[in-house]
Design a protein around this ligand. Structure first.
Ligand code: AMP
Length: 258
């Protein structure tokens, strides 16, 4: 479905949702090594801007939990800390982009992770009618801090709230504050798998960061501060880059049609 037909299939509610967002930030990528806080920031920015957060890691884990054929293939690869083939990841992103909540923009977390995913995304967004260019935000952090964060990470399997046993523990040790479920460690957060994930990041994803830097659609922010401070810096960086490019995110200009 192209973006034009996606627009014409909208319900009045979806149209109203989009009309109110004339200054959407457009498509944003959050890049950075595992554990740097991309997911936390993506949720924060999604709330702020009223656009969805698309995490390929979450989409893949949801396929694993539901036992889909894609999930069965992905699980073994994810447990080794390697990347799932581009074709599978692009397929789930393509499906997610059909949902009308992406019409005014979205925040990608953990995607693209290879140069070929980056090229695919540029083409896909332009085919869907996105008018403003992708902006990439890279979050950076020192290696030992990353290790502390990721090996301490625990997630509630019920509501997906993320904790850190060192930095942000649940009130009752081992149990989620929201629903009381026992929190778990992601299998790929174990130290041996993490080393492979960091190696994969440096080999395959660092070139994606360089790609956007070369295109001058890139900003790097220091992730070793409070969630709020990092969020403020991301927000102002996106506004500055859009201004420099004389863009406002621009996706909702098709509201002229209504
Ligand atoms: P994340 O939650 O983003 O750390 O992703 C967890 C795992 O899912 C990664 O280690 C990969 O195995 C897989 N994965 C997530 N996003 C991608 C992607 N864009 N390309 C390939 N594999 C991915």
């Amino acid at each position: 479905m192209d973006r034009q037909s996606a627009v014409s299939c909208q319900t009045p509610l979806e149209t109203a949702w989009c009309v109110g967002r004339g200054n959407s930030p457009g498509p944003i990528l959050l890049l950075g090594p595992p554990g740097v806080g991309k997911g936390t920031q993506a949720k924060e920015m999604g709330r702020l801007w009223g656009i969805p957060h698309i995490s390929t890691g979450d989409l893949l884990r949801s396929n694993v939990t539901r036992g889909t054929s894609l999930g069965r293939i992905a699980q073994k690869i994810m447990n080794r800390g390697e990347l799932v083939p581009d074709s599978l990841v692009c397929e789930i992103v393509s499906t997610r982009l059909q949902d009308p909540d992406t019409l005014c923009g979205c925040i990608f977390d953990g995607f693209p992770r290879t140069l070929s995913q980056a090229v695919w995304l540029e083409n896909r967004l332009s085919a869907l009618g996105f008018r403003s260019s992708i902006i990439a935000i890279s979050i950076r952090m020192a290696q030992e801090q990353l290790l502390r964060r990721i090996t301490g990470r625990r997630t509630c399997p019920v509501c997906q709230t993320v904790y850190n046993v060192n930095l942000n523990p649940p009130k009752r040790e081992g149990f989620c504050d929201v629903d009381g479920a026992a929190v778990v460690q992601r299998t790929d957060d174990a130290e041996q798998v993490l080393n492979e994930r960091v190696r994969t990041y440096e080999m395959l994803t660092a070139p994606v960061v360089e790609h956007y830097r070369a295109l001058e659609r890139f900003v790097s922010v220091n992730g070793d501060r409070s969630i709020g401070e990092v969020a403020v810096e991301i927000e102002s960086a996106v506004a500055r880059l859009r201004q420099e490019r004389s863009e406002n995110g621009g996706l909702c200009t098709r509201t002229e049609a209504y």
